[in-house]
Design a protein around this ligand. Structure first.
Ligand code: CMP
Length: 144
């Protein structure tokens, strides 16, 4: 079925100048980018986004990282896009992700893993609402 996912290009992606390469992989796969913006994540937004991790021992470090530089929030639409993107990203840790995946090719870190993507339809809805207003989604004909 048609789905939407929230993709975040994290601070390491922006600082290393890998935004274009990673956006290209989604475009080349034929996924539709229907909204996109660069923003500075605040501690408040981080706690909302990572609500399920706030109690975890690594949360403090994750919040420092995600608020350390701007991120690019992208709404992506496509068939089964939630699973498709997670497969493209590879395992959470760049140390475990297979070569050929985005994290496998560009990340050597568990925390600085370049990209976040929603893990279910429920989290996609919740996360898209955190970053975008309904009027920000742009529909267009994809020819990919
Ligand atoms: P993400 O897919 O955005 O979801 C939660 C993030 O927390 C994850 O990517 C990593 O950036 C980070 N993370 C997950 N597990 C750990 C861990 N064990 N130690 C440090 N950071 C982690």
């Amino acid at each position: 079925a048609m789905q939407r996912s929230l993709v975040l290009l994290k601070p390491d992606c922006v600082q290393r100048g890998l935004m274009g390469k990673i956006i290209s992989r989604f475009e080349e796969k034929g996924l539709a980018i229907i909204a996109m913006k660069m923003i500075q994540v605040t501690p408040e937004l981080s706690k909302q986004h990572y609500a399920e991790h706030v109690e975890k021992p690594f949360y403090g470090s994750l919040e420092s990282f995600i608020t350390s530089a701007p991120v690019v929030a992208i709404a992506v639409e496509g068939l089964e896009v939630i699973t498709v993107i997670r497969e493209m990203l590879g395992a959470t840790s760049g140390l475990k992700a297979s070569p050929g995946t985005i994290r496998g090719d560009y990340s050597g870190s568990r925390q600085m893993n370049l990209v976040h993507a929603s893990d279910s339809e429920e989290s996609a809805k919740r996360e898209l609402d955190l970053y975008f207003g309904k009027e920000e989604f742009c529909a267009f004909e994809s020819v990919a």
